[in-house]
Design a protein around this ligand. Structure first.
Ligand SMILES: Cc1cc2nc3c(=O)[nH]c(=O)nc-3n(C[C@H](O)[C@H](O)[C@H](O)COP(=O)(O)OP(=O)(O)OC[C@H]3O[C@@H](n4cnc5c(N)ncnc54)[C@H](O)[C@@H]3O)c2cc1C
Length: 485
């Protein structure tokens, strides 16, 4: 709870954080006491190795994880979907459930009864079938008919705003983070358009914490996109050197995997919307994980032999090597002069000086001459290697970046990647959507990302990571339980 509250930084307790704060406590209790057994009973398994994300801002009361707690599902996203989809498919076979594929909701249907407005259904557009889609292409939005469905209750589970760059820019907290990035890449599919937020608001629902979002600073363009603008996030280990667009090393604690929002602020403060990792082949082999089921075929395919081969053998996992080879953000070179020349070819801002980079990298490398370095990143690496699993599979042994034995050198241009929406429809602990007057909106429920993962913002300003699907499950379960009673 200390980690959660330190990260969330709830500061609108009398207003927009009223329910989010209560959801935080309820979720942490669920995660501590119930979640494991609940998911195990559904057939979901996690890998026995627990990862460590968002180490934080460097203070006990502030943002970050004090222990490793990032669980990887055995089977990744498709497996999470499977355990929930199977009972629903069974319900469909029994005639209890009807799916409405290609049904796009455009409006909530409301009716007045006993002097109160109640949600009684949805209206929308039936979109033309579009089954033969090529990779990277948005499905057709051609409307072929209209539909209306009525029900005792409506549960909105339409996700966040991550692919709607216009809405992100509109909500971007410039006073807190700096100007919205000019160049953004999309970490979520095109259907994550945020339309249902506006539709629900027009019907009378309250949206809170619009200005809180969880974008990443380690985004790379996908050389083989699944959806338009498709980008991938590097989930980095702690050793890469991180430079801003001017070639200045980011100040502590803005190290890879530490403090997403703090680092975002530091990057945007330069007036540019990108930054650079500089690392070695030895670091990429152990420390680059790519987010997404397709980027982790061994775990997605539940193939233990393949997983051990790809994670423990020499060389980076196949998908990482492919990015190194084909990715437009990657530069690989045998020496620093060539590396910086390559970086300057793809820089969207200032040309970098080789001497300036060399000076900083050599100074960091020199700190390896003794075991008591004053370089905080090297101290953090030593700390990370005290965790046995991190030492085994996640953190490269410290070495000189400019030592050719560990090369080639690699630079990665890191872009701002949109992903999660931390605010959304305000809900009470039964997932009932609230109205502006603080009362529940009869007939309307919301769960998942559209509800800020619970309450309209269970994470506050910062996430501990790996907590998003948990919040979707918990808030969906709360809606289900409330509707069943
Ligand atoms: C690549 C990637 C990696 C991730 N990794 C992790 C992770 O490791 N851990 C973690 O906790 N979280 C992770 N997340 C986040 C997590 O997957 C999402 O937060 C979660 O899936 C959101 O679920 P949701 O059901 O609320 O919304 P979504 O999964 O976005 O589903 C919304 C659905 O609503 C439909 N919809 C939207 N609008 C309408 C409309 N008007 N009418 C009809 N239908 C509509 C959409 O088509 C979609 O099917 C990741 C996300 C991505 C993209």
């Amino acid at each position: 709870m200390q980690d959660w509250l330190g990260s969330a930084g709830f500061d609108r307790l009398d207003d927009e954080d009223h329910w989010g704060r209560q959801w935080a406590e309820a979720y942490v209790r669920f995660a501590t006491e119930t979640k494991r057994d609940y998911l195990r009973d559904l057939g979901l398994r996690v890998l026995p190795i627990v990862g460590w994300a968002e180490r934080g801002s460097g203070s006990a009361t502030g943002h970050g994880n004090s222990v490793p707690r990032f669980h990887l599902t055995w089977g990744t996203g498709p497996e999470v979907v499977r355990v929930f989809a199977e009972p629903v498919l069974e319900g469909e076979r029994k005639g209890l459930v009807r799916f409405g594929f290609r049904h796009q909701v455009d409006e909530l249907v409301t009716e007045e009864a006993d002097g109160e407005t109640r949600v009684v259904g949805v209206r929308g557009s039936l979109l033309a079938p579009d089954d033969a889609l090529a990779r990277g292409v948005k499905s057709s939005r051609e409307v072929v008919a209209a539909f209306e469905v009525r029900a005792a209750a409506v549960v909105v589970t339409s996700g966040g705003i991550g692919h709607n760059h216009e809405l992100i820019r509109q909500n971007w907290p410039a006073e807190r983070l700096g100007p919205a990035p000019e160049h953004m890449i999309s970490g979520v599919p095109a259907h994550v358009d945020g339309r249902m937020l506006g539709i629900s608001e027009s019907a009378g629902a309250r949206i809170v914490n619009r200005d809180r979002m969880w974008a990443y600073t380690e985004g790379i363009h996908n050389w083989d996109p699944v959806w338009p603008d498709h980008a991938i996030r590097i989930i980095p280990g702690p050793s890469s050197l991180w430079f801003d667009a001017n070639g200045d090393r980011l100040a502590p604690p803005n190290f890879p995997g530490f403090d997403s929002i703090g680092t975002m602020k530091a990057i945007l403060a330069t007036g540019h919307d990108y930054s650079w990792f500089v690392l070695t082949q030895k670091i990429i082999e152990k420390e680059f994980a790519l987010s997404g089921s397709e980027q982790n075929p061994d775990i997605t395919g539940k193939d233990i032999k393949f997983m051990l081969q790809s994670r423990l053998a020499k060389g980076a996992p196949g998908p990482v090597e492919k990015f190194k080879e084909h990715g437009e953000d990657f530069v690989v070179a045998d020496n620093l002069d060539d590396l910086v020349a390559g970086m300057n070819k793809i820089a969207r801002g200032p040309q970098l000086s080789v001497d300036k980079l060399r000076h900083q990298i050599e100074a960091r490398d020199r700190e390896l001459d003794n075991a008591f370095s004053k370089d905080l990143q090297l101290m953090a690496i030593a700390n990370a290697r005290r965790s046995r699993t991190d030492k085994l599979i996640r953190v490269a042994p410290p070495h000189r970046i400019l030592d050719e034995a560990h090369g080639p050198l690699i630079a990665v241009r890191l872009n701002i990647l949109t992903r999660k929406t931390l605010g959304g429809l305000e809900t009470n602990l039964d997932s009932q959507v609230m109205r502006a007057d603080g009362t529940p909106f009869p007939g309307l429920y919301a769960a998942g990302e559209v509800a800020g993962f619970g309450g309209g913002g269970v994470h506050g300003y910062n996430a501990l990571e790996g907590t998003f699907l948990g919040g979707c499950i918990f808030s969906g379960r709360a809606a289900g339980l409330a509707l069943a009673t």
